[in-house]
Design a protein around this ligand. Structure first.
Ligand SMILES: Nc1ncnc2c1ncn2[C@@H]1O[C@H](COP(=O)(O)OP(=O)(O)OP(=O)(O)O)[C@@H](O)[C@H]1O
Ligand SMILES: [Mg+2]
Length: 214
């Protein structure tokens, strides 16, 4: 059976995920096998997933309680996995995701403490079947630095201490996952230049491709 490759980009706010995915997309466009790639984003990506996204973002009548919110995210993920990611991987495609389950551990687990990391991982083991994430680019940056990056914006100077603690917990969550599942994690110092990080990503991707395809 042909097997696809599942790649995720992770890290706290403003670490550079979107910037790097955009550059990675451009790199993909220069490849002969460019049609073999698909890019996904959560929540959403399937018909039901888009409805759930709408509920999560725009439904103000009866806001989901934190546990309901977490489960709605996971419902969208389950649908995206079965309908889009799994068939793509079965067809040998390369799937690239802007955030995936490490974000849930970091944000809903570590930072918001809705459930423990262990409980969330257990739920995920029911959703994610035989296809596991093959490679995660973790753009690692201390939240104090990424706030400065965002923060030409004066608003952030008034950020309450709680907000910094929240992002520190997000950081702890990613660091926990990068140690727990270190074989799939490529930890990248996100304070390096955009171009340098892009080069590291391409090199690591091509290394994985060689390992998995030959
Ligand atoms: N390596 C870098 N060095 C300096 N600035 C960077 C670097 N990478 C990205 N930036 C800048 O940081 C800001 C946030 O980047 P970006 O939107 O890619 O982050 P993100 O991880 O996608 O954030 P979010 O979690 O909010 O989606 C942008 O202004 C971007 O130009
Ligand atoms: Mg982004």
């Amino acid at each position: 059976m042909k097997k696809g490759i599942f790649i995720t980009f992770e890290g706290g706010e403003a670490c550079g995920k979107s910037t790097q995915i955009k550059l990675f997309k451009e790199y993909v466009q220069s490849r002969k096998d460019k049609d073999n790639f698909i890019f996904v984003r959560e929540p959403g990506g399937s018909e039901l997933g888009e409805k759930i996204r709408d509920l999560l973002l725009n439904y103000e009548k009866d806001c989901p309680v934190p546990k309901a919110e977490l489960l709605l995210f996971l419902a969208s993920r389950a649908q995206l996995y079965e309908k889009v990611i799994k068939p793509a991987l079965e067809n040998g495609k390369i799937v690239v995701a802007d955030r995936y389950y490490d974000s849930t551990i970091a944000y809903q687990g570590f930072a918001r403490k809705i459930m423990t990391a262990k409980e969330i991982l257990k739920l995920h083991s029911m959703i994610l079947g035989k296809f596991k994430v093959d490679l995660t680019f973790y753009l690692k940056i201390d939240p104090k630095n990424s706030f400065m990056r965002k923060g030409q914006n004066a608003q952030l100077d008034r950020m309450e201490k709680e907000d910094i603690n929240f992002h520190q917990e997000v950081f702890n969550g990613y660091n926990y996952m990068s140690k727990k599942e270190k074989n799939r994690f490529k930890v990248i110092d996100a304070t390096k230049s955009i171009d340098k990080i892009h080069q590291i990503i391409i090199k690591e991707f091509e290394k994985l491709l060689k390992k998995m395809r030959f």
